[in-house]
Ligand binder design. Sequence first.
Ligand SMILES: [Fe+2]
Ligand SMILES: [Fe+2]
Length: 494
Amino acid sequence: MQIKPTRPMTLLAILMTLSLTLAACGSSDATADSGLSDIAADDATGNDTLPDLDGAIPDLSPRDAEDITDMVQADGKDASQDEASDLPPDATPDVSMDVAPDVQPPACIGTPGTAVWPTDVSTTFIRGPFVQDVRDSHAFIVFRPAQPLPQQGCATWTIEGVSSAVPVVACVDPDAFGQYAVRLDELPPDTEITYSVFVGQTLTAGPFAFRSAPSLQQPQRILMMSDLHANPERTQTILSKIVSQGLAAGVDFAMTVGDHIDQAEEGQYDDLFDGLRPLLHRIPLFATIGNHDSRSDSYFEAFVLPEADPPDPAAPELYYSFRRGNTWIGVLEIIDWQLSWTFGEPLGQAVWLEKELDSPAARSARWRLLFIHQPPWAKNWAPCDPDHPMYGEESLRDMLVPLAAKKGVSALFSGHFHDYEHGTMDGVELFVLGGAGGGLEVSCPAPEGLPQPWTEKIVHHSLTVDTGCDALTVVATDIEGTEIDRVSIPYAGK
Ligand SMILES: [Fe+2]
Ligand SMILES: [Fe+2]
């Protein structure tokens, strides 16, 4: 939730803005001010039209490319600086997985999805209260009145098993959007926290409860959804069913993979949080940015997310990683991958990710999962126009998937295409799960090179993913509750 008055643009972003402007100039709907916020040409169905960047990057001299590389590498940190002070004693930090494949993660203890969540809601606030960034020993409680108020907003909470005559109380000022984010610290692991919030005498909500972050050994059950493209009709007919299924499944946290809304406007994010209300009263959501989220202040304001180390200078929450239970998660954004592919070497986020995958937090995890809105592979999208095909991102096929395979990533989750798709590339399971609200695709002919076998189900759906001790189990379920696919990835012992 980092908002700056003016978000500085890196040289990379300037180049990409220029390239997208050039790309848009050739199309009939080009606008004079095309830029990063205009990647998506939105339409009423919420479908995406990310421009193909092939040939759109301006010619640069070798010196230009060298300067960019130097700048990005200067931003990177030495892998030896990575420390995970909270690793269990039997974790063996090692930053050279390629030469030490026998490194074992800590013991795996527990069963995912054992929480029992109620479904009652409070509508006192237009957003929330919802729990965010629940990891390590902290959490945030976030809430926003319908109109900004001058006074502070407060949260009170009690910790399961800790007797206290008076609940803990913390109050904060509203931010520029009138939103409150109260941070809770020093929470014991895997413990029920009961909380309420209030602003003044009349605006109150709660009590609700959530669980603090698990120990590093624990499996997790994750609800995954993408391309919600929230509006009141979609949240009522589609998202509400996904939310109910997630609560009934006892999920531990949720991941989204972009395109939360059609247009990055405050009112549409209000619709989003209204639809997610019963879920986010109780479990945290970690968001991935999509092209419709448009790198907007509204997106970055909406969520409290981890930040990369070092953070992207344009937006600290643009990409990030975190460890939760027995699983390491990396959340990515597309632009650096397209630039890296264009220049033929890792830039920005690509440099950062390789170091993160070598960190003790990632190396000691039983499962490593990646999230990026645009997929490496997909079948063409509606209306299957052969003159403007879209089969996924070549930059990701050439750079991200090989890196993921080399570093032991089990699965990569994407959206952007409004259906369910699954296949395997270089031993990495690729999932497309863009079926949480936007208009559905149609079945198109498979492109040359698409991994085989390849599964496609054109229905609204979500995933539950169990990061079990013996297997990573991915279950795709449509909004009527019918299982449409199940993929089990055995734990390979590294
Ligand atoms: Fe979408
Ligand atoms: Fe998209």
